[in-house]
Structure formats: structure tokens, C-alpha cells
Design a protein around this ligand. Sequence first.
Ligand code: SF4
Ligand code: SF4
Length: 180
Amino acid sequence: MSPWIVLSVGVVIIAMIYSMRHYRWVKTWALLDIFSGLMVTGKYFFKRKVTTQYPEEETPVSPRFKGMLALRRYENGEERCIACKLCEAVCPALAITIEAKEREDGSRRTTRFDIDTFKCINCGLCEESCPVDSIVLTPESHYCFTERGQNILTKQELLMIGDRYEDQLASDREEDKDHR
Ligand code: SF4
Ligand code: SF4
């Protein structure tokens, strides 16, 4: 390789290093980073605010939101669950305990349907496996327990939660029906 080429490449590399150092020096002493940050602040100062004043305001909840568990009924008040135990079998956290027996009319119904919410990971697999759309995850995310044992939701409690959210559950399913 010609010594002139080697010399030219060397000069270019030295010039690049020098200009980078120079640029950093100017950037530091001219406070360019602070001004670029202030420009971002100024840009958003006059835009519509996106901060939500929680808890007075809440963001919209997806129809697929996986919140508190519930059991649904049909419109005539009959519980949907047919005690097939698919949800109990599919639950990866073993959170569901079901006992069942046949009723006088020959239909099969649960006598015990407990969900341990401490074990539940809100995965939604029970909801997906249910053939009659009985067990569901509601949009409710604000709940807490204050005493030992309240983490076990019984059948009656689950049905009560389902009754409370039925309108919302029905409209969420209608909205999402093309993807179910
Ligand atoms: S949401 Fe998942 S973890 Fe919770 S009860 Fe259903 S299947 Fe089990
Ligand atoms: S909730 Fe659904 S999947 Fe679970 S036992 Fe009842 S009918 Fe079967």
C-alpha cells in the first residue's frame, strides 16, 4: 500500500477523533442536552394531557380483561354450570374445587364450587374451557381481602359476583364475539 494512502487514512481517523472530542466538549458546555430535554417538555406542555387522575378517573377496560372470577346464570335465573369439571381439570394453579351430584330433574349441578383466589393466576384457561360460558373473569380489578378465609370464593359468592356484572359480561361477549 502506498505510504500516501496510509498517511491520508491516518489523517482522516485523527480528524474524526478530534471532531468527536470537540463535539462532546461543545455539547457539554453549551448545555445542549438540557435544552433538548426542555424542548421535549415545551412540545408537550401545550398538547392535550394524557395523565389520568386515578382513582377519580379510570382508563377504559378491555372486554377481555381478566379480573375477579364469577359464575353466570341464564336469563331465567338457572345457573349455567353443568358440573363438567373441565375448568377444574384445566386450571394450572389447582385453584378450583368442585363437587357435584345429580338433581331430581336429572340434570347435573355442583354442590360445591370453590375458587382459591390466592392460587388463581387469572390466566383465563377456565373461562376458555367452559362449554356453557359459566365461569368467567369479570372486569373487576378492585378487590381485597381483610380476613383469613375470604380468599376462598364459594359458589354463592361467585354467582353473586356474576349477577352484579351480568350486563357488562354480556355486552363484553357481544363486542368480542368475532374473536371467540
Ligand atoms: S383463571 Fe386460571 S388460575 Fe384462575 S381459576 Fe381460572 S384456570 Fe385457574
Ligand atoms: S364452570 Fe363450566 S367448565 Fe367449570 S364445571 Fe361448570 S360448566 Fe364445566
